[in-house]
Design a binder for this molecule. Sequence first.
Ligand SMILES: CC(C)(COP(=O)(O)OP(=O)(O)OC[C@H]1O[C@@H](n2cnc3c(N)ncnc32)[C@H](O)[C@@H]1OP(=O)(O)O)[C@@H](O)C(=O)NCCC(=O)NCCS
Length: 389
Amino acid sequence: MPETDSKSPKDAASHPAFSKGLEGVVASETRLSLVDGENSRLIYRGIPIQELAGTSTFEETTFLLWNGRLPLAAELTEFKSKLAAQRKFDPAVLKILKDMPLNSRPMGVLRTMVSVLGLFDKEADRIDVDNMKRKALHLTAVFPTIVAAFYRLRQKKKPVDPDPKLSHAANFLYMIAGKKPEPEMEKALDAYLILLADHGLNASTFSARVTASTQSDMYSAITSAVGTLKGDLHGSANQRAMEMILEIGEPEKAEAYVRDLLAQKKKVMGFGHRIYKKEDPRATAFRAIAQRLLDRTGEKKWMDISNRIEKVMLEEKKIPCNVDFFSASVLYVLGFPVDFFTTVFAASRVAGWTAHVIEQLTDNRLIRPAANYIGEADRHYLPIEKRQS
Ligand SMILES: CC(C)(COP(=O)(O)OP(=O)(O)OC[C@H]1O[C@@H](n2cnc3c(N)ncnc32)[C@H](O)[C@@H]1OP(=O)(O)O)[C@@H](O)C(=O)NCCC(=O)NCCS
């Protein structure tokens, strides 16, 4: 609930309600997803994510987010082929990607490349719905291509051209590894892309909506969103969680490691959530996916370490894990390098960001909150020779 930081009746009159971190503040209306912390529930356009992750595909879920309903068979076929046709990017864009410093953080590269794509779109500044939908399709199609191409360049390998015959998930894995994935891997990534595609007014989506609300353009809004997702408290928690799991290395070391972090008052990445205080439904879905995948690939150790970390966090802090915890091991086993994890998150969330930008602009009002000024008043300008240190 918003609380006031006013200290006196006089302050209360001059300071409207303030909520640090905007916690509990409703800043927008949306028909895209419901994040229900009380009941540990997430639904997209009315449909529970568990149903979508078990039976749908990323393409179908994206259609649902953008159009408000599931597609008919012919519509889905057309949508998939349109998305596949947009995966390849302009050679001039690839040239710029090739000039990026190879030691750049992948999220920094992705953020820059979204901005670059805007420069190559002659209609970048058009914000009518048809144009916005075209850009949403283009950006969603091309995110995996950017990520995989930068990964291959960093490996001193040639980028792999997208294969239009493959699904969005299978093609992503194909462009990373250079070989077609096994169905189980494709399914796991597809579920990942579905489960992360939208999440109410999370920080990066809020950024996208704020930028869109100024009547800026789609590329600027998505650049803002990528920059926001990059932070450790948001999208980079999956990378940080896996770094921790790898550093722990052996199941028997997990407990002491986590207790030590807590003793130092440090946060354990992949735990806690602003809204889901009891359970993150996406984390529950990922636990099952991770279990299956790690059992199958023989990489059980990561699951054992994860389970032990979780046990300590529940015992000591009663804080449940979030989406980034078990999904970190899933991405690892799928072959994504750890410092690319957040870019995979972005390749999913771009579907939601673009949907929010379109929703914002169809009923727009400039987003412009206020700040309580708590600094000094009634000071005066002093000429430089009269100032004292
Ligand atoms: C996600 C997050 C920012 C939500 O935080 P929030 O609603 O602002 O809650 P706070 O950070 O104020 O945490 C509330 C309390 O729980 C503790 N806490 C929250 N997450 C914690 C974590 N991951 N590890 C250890 N303690 C944690 C805080 O230290 C705080 O304790 P205190 O009251 O004794 O100071 C927070 O849980 C976090 O930083 N998690 C780690 C990063 C992460 O996994 N992010 C991905 C989110 S999907």
